[in-house]
Design a protein around this ligand. Structure first.
Ligand SMILES: NC(=O)c1ccc[n+]([C@@H]2O[C@H](COP(=O)([O-])OP(=O)(O)OC[C@H]3O[C@@H](n4cnc5c(N)ncnc54)[C@H](O)[C@@H]3O)[C@@H](O)[C@H]2O)c1
Length: 503
């Protein structure tokens, strides 16, 4: 089925942060839009907010006054005293009211009695079940999730979510309409947290775990995730921005929705922050301090150390290969020999982490070991994390000098299994494959969703292919064995993908 025509009227219920933005998107695509809110004056305020935002674009020469006037003219605020009957002519109604199952159900039930039988009922819910929301509707096939991201005019992603009774036709119409509105829709099944909020859980969870286990401090986690992982914001600065309480509420609801699956277990530190009223930017203090006495967080950065005179590459340098040229250019003599891919520097073994601690590797062969964190682009990245075994703690200085000679800032962290970036990314990949395995969405949709919904540089499947699925599986298997915690169990879907890749 095709997209709705621009002659179709759209109604948006709830004129808050999301509703006003969705109304703007629909009006920008040429539809006549009704904007309804139960709070007196809220719909008019919603239109005023859209007008003010668009006027700023006109004033800065980014939008045309005539087009903006026409867009605003297409949005009609509805007086709540007129009730919902005025929305009866809409072909698509999108609700963006308070996130409460009973309130949303009551709204849908009332709409069911006043609107035409073919009108599509969409919900912008970020967490509620579409199947549950459709329970009291005569024709539940017309209920679908249309999950926009904030702010709707700027964020490309829309998760089109089907409940158990949603008709394929309705979902397809909504998806095609999103494309006509310039959005990138992906289909997802109604399951807890849908795609983005589910696949992103380890981004926060592994950051908390690193702090709880004393791997390093908040700023160092953020710096490694940004500078080695290529993400725009580190998990702690991002949680400070979102609100640590908001993030905690999502974490708890996902954990409960999955019947306390340890994969989604909230962190003790997360609760401690919330209980202490340390909620992030909005309270002036979260993981970092804001306001007049704002502090600019500084990651742990190793002092300059001398470069070693030579290194031995035992076998294939693998992910570190792009650095060999830089080391040669820095005057380090690079020798090659047979081996398992480790580097040897002044008698120290160096390798990219495979999930086992350096201390364990050192205990096995009675030699110093230093592990290197993952960087998605070792050649271009500005920072590298390393961790030394406990038996030979001075080894970190030598290896810091090696990476500094290639122009990298070095963060020496504690011997945390999988370090920071490798561990976080491996868990994100695992979650992505688990969502595919559980038929929430297909792999391509998950990559699209993570890029469009949270601005990741690449989706988890693309990252897995870049760094090697076998390598990621090895990290997960090692973490699982080390912690004896089901949280780290590799998804069957991921294992199947790795095995089939090999064929
Ligand atoms: N804020 C976000 O970042 C975001 C992102 C994606 C999805 N969502 C979802 O979008 C929905 C709205 O969120 P928001 O942030 O825009 O909320 P908001 O509080 O900014 O706006 C909600 C609006 O709904 C109105 N309202 C409440 N009950 C109503 C009812 N029964 N009938 C009509 N109007 C009613 C309120 O007066 C208010 O103006 C929620 O389901 C939320 O989970 C929010």
């Amino acid at each position: 089925m095709a997209a709705l025509s621009v002659d179709d009227t759209i109604a948006v219920i709830g004129a808050g942060t999301m509703g006003a933005g969705i109304a703007q998107v629909a009006a920008a695509a040429g539809h006549r839009v009704y904007l309804f809110d139960s709070a007196p004056g809220a719909a008019v305020r919603g239109v005023d907010k859209i007008t003010a935002a668009l006027q700023r674009r006109v004033d800065s020469g980014k939008a045309d006054q005539g087009e903006v006037d026409a867009l605003i003219g297409r949005i009609n605020p509805v007086d709540p005293s007129d009730g919902l009957v005025g929305l009866a002519s809409a072909s698509l109604i999108i609700e963006a009211i308070v996130e409460n199952l009973e309130v949303k159900r009551a709204l849908f039930e009332e709409l069911d009695t006043v609107i035409g039988k073919d009108t599509i009922l969409a919900t912008n819910t970020s967490s509620l079940s579409i199947t549950a929301l459709a329970r009291d509707i005569e024709n539940p096939a017309r209920v679908v999730g249309m999950h926009f991201f904030n702010p709707p005019p700027l964020m490309a992603l829309v998760e089109v979510i089907t409940g158990l009774q949603t008709s394929e036709e309705v979902a397809q119409t909504v998806s095609d309409t999103c494309v006509a509105w310039g959005k990138s829709p992906v289909f997802a099944k109604s399951t807890p947290a849908f795609i983005v909020n589910r696949v992103a859980r380890p981004y926060y969870a592994e950051a908390y775990r690193a702090i709880e286990e004393g791997a390093c401090d908040f700023a160092t986690v953020d710096a490694l995730i940004r500078e080695s992982g290529g993400f725009r914001m580190g998990p702690f600065e991002l949680m400070d921005l979102i609100g640590i309480d908001v993030n905690y509420a999502v974490t708890c609801s996902v954990f409960e929705a999955f019947y306390n699956d340890p994969r989604y277990r909230p962190s003790l530190l997360q609760r401690e922050m919330v209980d202490g009223g340390l909620l992030g930017r909005k309270t002036g203090q979260g993981f970092f301090r804001y306001g007049d006495d704002r502090e600019v967080p500084q990651p742990a950065t190793a002092a300059p150390a001398p470069a070693p005179s030579n290194i031995e590459v035992c076998g294939d340098a693998g992910q570190l290969a792009p650095l060999l040229e830089k080391w040669s250019a820095a005057g380090i003599k690079v020798d090659f020999s047979e081996g398992d891919g480790r580097l040897r520097v002044d008698g120290i073994n160096v390798a990219v982490t495979e999930g086992r601690p350096a201390t364990e590797l050192s205990a096995a062969d009675d030699e110093p070991w230093v592990l290197v964190d993952l960087a998605l682009d070792y050649s271009a990245c500005t920072r590298v994390g390393i961790a030394s075994c406990r038996q030979y703690p001075d080894s970190a200085d030598v290896v810091a000098g090696l990476f500094q000679s290639a122009g990298k800032a070095v963060s020496v962290i504690a011997d945390h299994p999988g370090l920071i970036v490798m561990r976080t990314i491996s868990m994100l990949i695992n979650e992505g494959y688990e969502a595919v395995h559980c038929d929430v969405a297909d792999a391509a949709s998950i990559d699209t969703a993570m890029r469009g919904g949270v601005n990741w540089p690449q989706g988890p499947m693309a990252i897995a292919n870049q760094i090697g699925t076998w390598e990621v599986l090895e990290v997960l298997e090692n973490l699982h064995e080390l912690y004896l915690d089901d949280r780290y169990r590799p998804s069957l879907g991921f294992r199947e993908a790795v095995w089939s890749d090999a064929n």
